[in-house]
Design a binder for this molecule. Structure first.
Ligand code: SAH
Length: 403
């Protein structure tokens, strides 16, 4: 089992505890439900994930193993807290109990970046003096719904997003000042307005109240722009491992036409572009596409272009237009890819497909489809992006059977 260097261990004592005791050390372990594997020691967690994955992928190919973290705590660089009140009217922030809208108060979490957690606590403390009320989901009254913090891994830049039920944050400049007095490392603060009765965290409208409205981060030597609504992997240490594997699997020679589907802020395509002839990225979220275009410029990559579209529609148009693609990277959301996408992929006939997945079940489903259409899984590896949780990330290389 390979291990990967990670961020500083913050609670050596907690690491050394017996797993059963560790579970007890998290006061909300049972109520929160986020750390399904906290009761297992880390090696056991990795074995459990490897076995699950190997069993699911067995009909299609062999797994190289799973790459774990050397220091698996506090890896989440994106932290979300929901705000509300407890039965006694006290302001609380934390997570929804799984499958409910009950708030479980969380002050610090084994998974989350500690600075982000501290910022959320400071926001909570400031609410009283600024007379800001938390939003009540049942009545629709109140203002603050959620706080989202994104911490750049290598840049140290920090973005705070205050999600409000209505557009006006009273004394916003003083609020920012008070928050930055405690946390001068905050580089931008954005107000996001979510006035809908929805379980979506972020609404459409945004107002930047401090700094540029985005942060930058560096991975594998390139710089990426991250806006509040753009997808960006939450575990930067393991993301580097994952991206390096994905690009190594593609075995690019410098000439290929590469497609990065479900590209988010364009990270994989950009990292592949110096080793490819040209790269096309496609992504549905317009903010992510805007970040991707800015990133390509920032990293001076002339051979990459991004398009905002449904990946299935885009692939279909390419296939119908008789376009040529040599290598496809695909990194769909948990629901996996669509049949439209997969059918168009088969029609496009790339030599290689590098499938990155955050859900082994939909991965297995899509591999089954592709296997039936002449794509064989050559190799695959798990990368533990989400220690202490049941989630498993995988990267697989598929290649087209010679005809
Ligand atoms: N490869 C990127 C993003 C992966 S997450 C990275 O590593 O950061 C999956 C991405 O797919 C998200 O950015 C999401 O907005 C996008 N997405 C979801 N459905 C899509 C669709 N139908 N077409 C295109 N992109 C989609």
């Amino acid at each position: 089992m390979k291990v990967q260097a990670g961020s500083k261990p913050l609670s050596e004592k907690r690491r050394k505890q017996q797993p059963e005791k560790r579970a007890v050390l998290c006061p909300v372990y049972k109520k929160c439900g986020g750390c399904q594997l906290l009761h297992m020691d880390y090696k056991k967690q990795l074995n459990w994930k490897r076995e699950q994955l190997a069993a699911l992928l067995k009909p299609y190919g062999k797994l190289e193993g799973i790459i774990g973290m050397e220091m698996p705590e506090h890896y989440r660089h994106k932290v979300h807290a929901v705000f509300g009140r407890d039965g006694k009217g006290k302001v609380i922030s934390g997570v929804y109990k799984e499958g409910t809208h009950m708030i479980v108060p969380v002050e610090n979490c084994l998974l989350e970046n500690e600075k982000a957690d501290a910022i959320i606590q400071t926001v909570k403390e400031l609410l009283k003096s600024f007379k800001i009320k938390t939003y009540d989901e049942d009545t629709g009254y109140g203002l603050l719904r959620h706080v989202l913090v994104r911490a750049g891994y290598s840049t140290g830049q920090i973005m705070v997003v205050l999600v409000l039920g209505s557009p006006i944050l009273p004394s916003k400049n003083n609020f920012v000042k008070a928050l930055r007095k405690v946390h001068p490392e905050i580089t931008t603060v954005v107000v996001n307005v979510n006035d809908k009765r929805t379980s979506m965290v972020l609404g459409e409208k945004e107002q930047v109240i401090y700094g540029p409205g985005y942060i930058e981060d560096q991975l594998c030597g390139m710089t990426f722009k991250i806006s509040p609504k753009s997808f960006y992997q939450v575990n930067p240490v393991q993301t580097e491992v994952l991206y390096k594997k994905a690009i190594a699997f593609a075995g690019l020679s410098g000439k290929e036409v590469v497609l990065d589907a479900y590209c988010g802020t364009g990270t994989i395509g950009m990292l592949a572009s110096p080793q490819a002839g040209s790269v096309i990225g496609v992504e549905l979220n317009k903010d992510a596409v805007r970040d991707a275009i800015a990133g390509a410029k920032r990293n001076k990559l002339p051979n990459i272009h991004f398009y905002q579209a449904d990946a299935g529609d885009f692939m279909e148009r390419m296939a119908d237009g008789g376009e040529k693609v040599d290598v496809v990277f695909m990194d769909p959301p948990r629901t996996g890819s669509s049949e439209k996408f997969l059918a168009a992929l088969v029609k496009l006939k790339p030599r290689k497909v590098v499938y990155i997945s955050c859900n082994p079940e939909t991965l297995a489903r899509d591999l089954k489809y592709l296997n039936g259409k002449g794509y064989r899984m050559k190799t695959g590896v798990g990368v533990d992006m989400f220690p202490f949780t049941k989630h498993v990330e995988t990267v697989c290389l598929l290649s087209r059977k010679a005809q």
